[in-house]
Design a protein around this ligand. Structure first.
Ligand SMILES: [Zn+2]
Length: 345
């Protein structure tokens, strides 16, 4: 099969305080998904740690030193972000898994790769840990992709939170298109529709903030009217996905109502675009997702998309009587902010 999973039991070794939502049990859920994939004949490999050089492409040297200094001890990096004795090693493994996903897909060994990692990464800034994130895994992956032949890289981030760190790292670059749809207003506060990038990167940051309570049909509109058309015009050489599952209806942090079927449908939309633009090359890296059952169901749904023939594409789930009013508002706002940069239907 064309998809490879990158997974390690070691991701459970990054400990957070009791009751913290980003807990080691999340790694056990990811492990179950990896074993299921293996039983279906799919390939699963363990990641190498990221190198200093790979991390230093997006993180400040002083920050890398500070994180290295937490090795072997517990520390508080930000009100939500903690290290335990193994966190330095495990965070390097998470970023390394993202790099490995890029290597495999860009090297043509696999068409798609999914890195099942924790801690997540998209809130981590150049010189600051934030929101459970230590290294910005997806940004490390994007920067690496640029060095191995991907002149244009697109990142789609459907985590319920805005990926402030990823946006900031690439907001001045026309070579990395960052597209996020997220609950807004909400943590971390960034991700307004008017944030469209800076200087030469103007237009290459696309934020589609959605009001709390959005359902599958709202996301369907956002994908069909903004995300897919922009990706097709940008024509990335590699599609990266910040795959967070905290917009699931069961998630204790997010206020959205996506179902596992919605995650499958979003993934199929992205797979189609990748097949049209870049021979199917897609590297996905997990972000949030704090309900164990929802995380398992959603990951299973994403993985299943790659076990299917494209002709057997999953439909978007019917959202019952809920009209996609949040999606319509979000799409209209995005067209207003970005209509001069992208042809949006
Ligand atoms: Zn999140």
């Amino acid at each position: 099969m064309a998809l490879i999973l990158i997974s390690s039991e070691r991701f459970a070794e990054h400990q957070t305080p009791p009751g913290h939502p980003e807990c080691p049990e999340r790694a056990a859920v990811m492990d179950v998904i990896a074993r299921e994939w293996q039983r279906q004949g799919g390939e699963v490999v363990a990641p190498p740690p990221a190198t200093h050089e790979q991390l230093a492409r997006v993180h400040d040297a002083g920050y890398l030193e500070r994180i290295a200094g937490t090795a072997g001890r517990a520390s508080v990096l930000d009100p939500d972000t903690y290290t335990s004795s193994e966190s330095y090693e495990i965070a390097k493994l998470a970023a390394g898994a993202a790099v490995d996903a890029v290597e495999r897909v860009m090297g043509g060994r696999q068409q798609q790769a999914l890195a099942l990692v924790r801690p997540p990464g998209h809130h981590a800034e150049r010189a600051q840990a934030m929101g459970f994130c230590i290294y910005n895994n997806i940004a490390v992956a994007a920067a690496h992709a640029r060095t191995v032949g991907a002149a244009r890289v697109a990142i789609v981030d459907y985590d319920v939170h805005h990926g402030n760190g990823t946006q900031h790292m690439f907001e001045s670059s026309p070579d990395v298109l960052y597209i996020s749809t997220h609950q807004f207003p909400y943590y971390p506060g960034t991700g307004a529709v008017a944030e469209i990038g800076r200087g030469p990167g103007e237009g290459f940051t696309i934020n589609v903030p959605l009001a709390v309570g959005a359902v599958d049909a709202d996301y369907q509109l956002v994908f069909s009217d903004v995300i897919a058309p922009a990706l097709r015009q940008f024509k990335p050489h590699l599609l990266l996905v910040s795959a967070g599952f905290d917009a699931h209806e069961r998630d204790p942090l997010g206020g959205m109502r996506l179902t596992a079927g919605g995650f499958a449908a979003m993934t199929m939309e992205l797979r189609r675009v990748a097949e049209e633009c870049c021979e199917g090359r897609m590297a996905m890296v997990t972000e949030g997702g704090y309900d164990f059952l929802a995380l398992a169901e959603s990951l299973r749904a994403v993985v299943s998309v790659f076990a299917l023939d494209r002709a057997a594409a999953p439909d978007w789930p019917a959202s019952g009587s809920v009209p996609p009013s949040r999606g319509r508002m979000a799409v209209a706002a995005a067209k207003g902010a970005l209509g001069s940069y992208w042809k949006l239907p």
